[in-house]
Design a protein around this ligand. Structure first.
Ligand code: ADP
Ligand code: MG
Length: 148
């Protein structure tokens, strides 16, 4: 799929979000400025989150409570938006409290720069059975190419 504008990429994120439910883990791959955070804005919007969605580059992890109607619809309590770009060591994902969210079955977790921690994600025992949905975004001359 190609998104010619950031708005189009948000719409693709929103459409993708319809299939999400608690326990899902989404790994976003793509260079700086590819549109990972933009994609998450679309997902958050579809989940009923009306807050501003800043990049978690410095906070590493932002947690958003889903509104009541959405908790029923998506069988999830929260959206967890992580960005591992600034982690010094991949294993730090387990000290952030992120591992709890990955396995509690009531969180939808989206991770930017997931390739930096993918070995740790797939090597994490408790994650067995939680399929990670991988999405790659590439900058092309026509816009962004998204592989879902
Ligand atoms: N087709 C497009 N899709 C997404 N973002 C785009 C597009 N064209 C330009 N942009 C711009 O690229 C930037 C993407 O930033 P961001 O979503 O923060 O990327 P990342 O999180 O991957 O670093 C934004 O400034 C956005 O406005
Ligand atoms: Mg980002």
């Amino acid at each position: 799929m190609i998104a010619r504008t950031a708005k189009e990429l948000e719409k693709i994120g929103a459409a993708f979000a319809k299939k999400l439910s608690g326990g899902d883990i989404v790994a976003l791959q793509g260079e700086l400025g590819a549109g990972k955070t933009t994609f998450v804005r679309g997902v958050a919007n579809a989940l009923g989150i009306r807050k501003r969605i800043p990049s978690p580059t410095f906070t590493i992890m932002n947690v958003y409570k889903l509104p009541r109607a959405a908790t029923k619809k998506f069988h999830a309590q929260r959206l967890v938006h992580a960005d591992t770009y600034r982690l010094e060591k991949p294993e730090e994902i387990f000290t952030l409290g992120l591992d709890e969210y990955l396995t509690d079955g009531e969180s939808i977790v989206i991770i930017e720069w997931a390739e930096r921690v993918s070995r740790h994600l797939s090597g994490h025992n408790q994650l067995a059975g939680h399929k990670v949905k991988k999405i790659a975004i590439k900058i092309t001359k026509n816009g962004r190419r998204i592989n879902i």
